[in-house]
Design a protein around this ligand. Structure first.
Ligand code: ASP
Length: 443
């Protein structure tokens, strides 16, 4: 098949065209047209992904659990997954802190620019601080309570409650293996069929990805630039070093931490990994939401990288909700950057506080656009930096959100492969797109 007919290249082309269109639209003042005629296709694409996310977790996790021979395996997989998630996130934070302390981007921002940014984004910052307030009033055990839904339909109707759906599916799956096999058979067969249907639907939705990604990127650029590209360039000029520090950290984390992890603990080649996960990274980049990207991450890990369904259906939904390496790295850089630009020095205790709070804040951040900056407020307050100063970095947050979301899902996939390897559940990778297309065209 020629390269331009392969899905991942089509998504790349969609992304590049979206970028070009977005810039031209900003220069020529087409934001109205874009909002009316282009953005809706991006919304449709995201909606389709979100639509399929809850059914996908439910059915694949239930069939995954039901195929387990004993429940001890589940707790073993759970233990490994959570330890790896915590370890990689801590490394990400450490990396972020090293970069921001060595490069000191906060020292490079002129004080008049700082005051101007603070004034411009004051209102937006106040809204984020208020949102963080709600989180802060919660008790320590609240996240545990939040995981247990009181109503099935409510849990299944809110994409933000992904952990509730995971919990529900686990409970149902456990119940299913505890009843006699012949009684469980009909339900199991039903879920197995549903599972196949849902997976096929993800393939179909992905056919729209090139257009969806084009529309999302075009829409994002025009909404940031608002017909005034000069303003964005000015913002990037002022916050350029900060953005570079975050992006360099994220790239290093992807290419060093995950590469080392895969090289030492799995038989998978790095090329295969990136070729397999690439489309999911592109979707994450353009949607800025690891929750919306979840169906794609799962599909790529299972169908292309050979992770068993049992592992992927447990590790990936959990990762999309609690494992946010990119967010944690960004939060640590942002916290220190803000302190630096306000002329505050953070001592070792403060930096260690950042490690701990960023770990918790990234776990608490939902996999939706802009969640990371809300939780940043909590980190800032923990180290005594005024939280309203997130106004400084709000203007470029969407751009960084795209890169950190792509990092977040890459981390989930890397851990899924490590866990699958350790459980002897990593099949052979199959990166050919042909099989999908043939099956799709015969639907
Ligand atoms: N948008 C990110 C995600 O969905 C979370 C964040 O804001 O950092 O993974």
């Amino acid at each position: 098949m020629p390269w331009y007919r392969q899905l991942h290249w089509q998504i790349v082309i969609g992304l590049i065209l979206g970028l070009i269109y977005g810039v031209l639209a900003a220069v020529w003042g087409w934001s109205g047209f874009t909002g009316r005629w282009i953005t809706p296709f991006g919304t449709i694409f995201i909606n389709l992904l979100k639509l399929i996310a809850v059914p996908l977790i439910l059915v694949s996790l239930i069939t995954g659990i039901a195929s387990l021979s004993d429940l001890r395996k589940l707790s073993r997989i759970g233990g490994k997954t959570i330890s790896l998630y915590l370890a990689t996130t801590t490394i990400a934070i450490a990396l972020g802190l090293i970069i921001v302390n060595v490069t000191r981007p906060g020292d490079r921002i002129p004080s008049d620019m700082r005051d101007q940014l603070q004034a411009t984004y004051q209102q937006d910052a106040a809204a984020r601080t208020e949102a963080a307030q709600e989180t802060r009033q919660r008790t320590v055990l609240q996240p545990l309570v939040d995981m247990v839904p009181e109503n099935f339909f409510q849990a299944a109707s809110l994409n933000r409650n992904m952990l509730q759906v995971v919990f529900l599916a686990l409970l149902f799956g456990i119940g299913l293996i505890q009843i006699p096999t012949e009684k469980a058979r009909p339900i199991l067969s039903l879920f197995e069929s549903l599972n196949l249907v849902v997976i096929r639907l993800v393939d179909l939705i992905m056919l729209m990805a090139p257009i969806g990604v084009f529309a999302l990127i075009a829409g994002t650029i025009t909404s940031i630039a608002q017909d005034d590209l000069g303003q964005v360039l000015e913002l990037l000029g002022a916050l350029g070093f900060y953005c570079l520090a975050v992006i360099a950290g994220l790239i290093l984390h992807i290419f060093v931490t995950y590469t080392l992890l895969l090289k030492t603990l799995t038989p998978m080649s790095i090329r295969t990994f990136f070729a397999g996960i690439g489309p999911a990274q592109l979707v994450a980049f353009s949607t800025s939401s690891s929750a919306a990207t979840l169906p794609v991450t799962m599909e790529r890990c299972e169908e292309k990288l050979g992770v068993s369904e049992e592992v992927s259906s447990f590790v990936l939904p959990l990762g999309a909700t609690i494992n946010m390496d990119g967010t944690a790295l960004y939060q640590s850089v942002a916290a220190v950057f803000i302190a630096q630009s306000l002329g505050m020095e953070l001592d070792l205790t403060a930096q260690l506080t950042i490690v701990l709070t960023a770990l918790l804040a990234s776990i608490g951040s939902a996999g939706v656009p802009g969640a990371g900056i809300i939780m940043l407020v909590i980190i800032l307050e923990a180290v005594g930096v005024p939280s309203a100063s997130i106004a400084l970095i709000l203007g470029v947050d969407r751009i960084l959100d795209m890169v950190r979301t792509a990092t977040n899902i890459t981390g989930d996939a890397a851990v899924a492969i490590v866990v699958a390897t350790s459980e002897n559940q990593l099949g052979t990778a199959n990166l050919s797109e042909t099989s999908d297309r043939i099956r799709i065209s015969s639907v």
